[in-house]
Design a protein around this ligand. Structure first.
Ligand SMILES: O=P(O)(O)OC[C@@H](O)[C@H]1O[C@@H](OP(=O)(O)O)[C@@H](O)[C@@H](O)[C@@H]1O
Ligand SMILES: [Mg+2]
Ligand SMILES: [Zn+2]
Length: 184
């Protein structure tokens, strides 16, 4: 039985991304459609988690406290819509830190699997705007979905590694589609 689990990338899926990184609470601008989509998924019995690369920490652009404030804001917004984000995990490392958790490696997803007490992520969903999100999800056995928000259009234009991914306009469209699928 596949876990009723949706793992979300953060920047470009849940909130506006920036090529200059999302460096402060003021720059953390969730998409209203995404907050509503997360609430709808969790109210429908889906476990929603977040797996995000945050190399801005390693780069010194912001600190863990600032990141925690963003994630507190996110959880408050979702709870206000009657939903829940079960867990948010992040990779604070930079590209040269040789960690095992920076997407496209599946380390963040493995951490979620362990912390959520799930035997496998086979059949769960990974939703992202970048190829590395899809690669991490597929490496962990997830179905993959690309959204056109954030870097999604750029990811689509590059055209590689998208063979398995379903493409959606945004997280709301993904939630609409998933919630319309017959229960397995
Ligand atoms: O999309 P998620 O994983 O939630 O977060 C992405 C961010 O950590 C940042 O990741 C950076 O990539 P590098 O880490 O510099 O390769 C850049 O793409 C930034 O534009 C982006 O804001
Ligand atoms: Mg992203
Ligand atoms: Zn890492």
């Amino acid at each position: 039985m596949s876990p009723k689990l949706v793992i979300l990338d953060r920047d470009g899926v849940i909130n506006r991304d920036s090529d200059d990184y999302v460096k402060s609470l003021d720059e953390f601008l969730p998409y209203p459609q995404a907050i509503d989509a997360i609430a709808r998924l969790s109210r429908a019995g889906w476990t929603v988690a977040v797996a995000t690369n945050q190399s801005g920490i390693a780069r010194g652009y912001y600190d863990e406290a600032t990141l925690a404030a963003m994630h507190g804001r996110l959880e408050t917004l979702v709870r206000a819509r009657g939903g829940e984000i079960r867990r948010i995990v992040h990779c604070p490392h930079g590209p040269d830190d040789d960690c095992d958790c920076r997407k496209p490696l599946p380390g963040l997803l493995e951490r979620l699997r362990q912390e959520l007490g799930m035997a496998s992520l086979q059949g769960a969903w990974m939703v992202g705007d970048s190829l590395r999100d899809l690669q991490a999800g597929e490496a962990a056995g997830c179905h993959s979905a690309l959204v056109r928000t954030g870097k999604g259009e750029r990811t689509l234009a590059k055209g590689k590694g998208l063979e398995q991914a379903r493409v959606f306009t945004n997280l709301a469209a993904f939630a609409d589609w998933l919630l319309a699928q017959p229960e397995k």
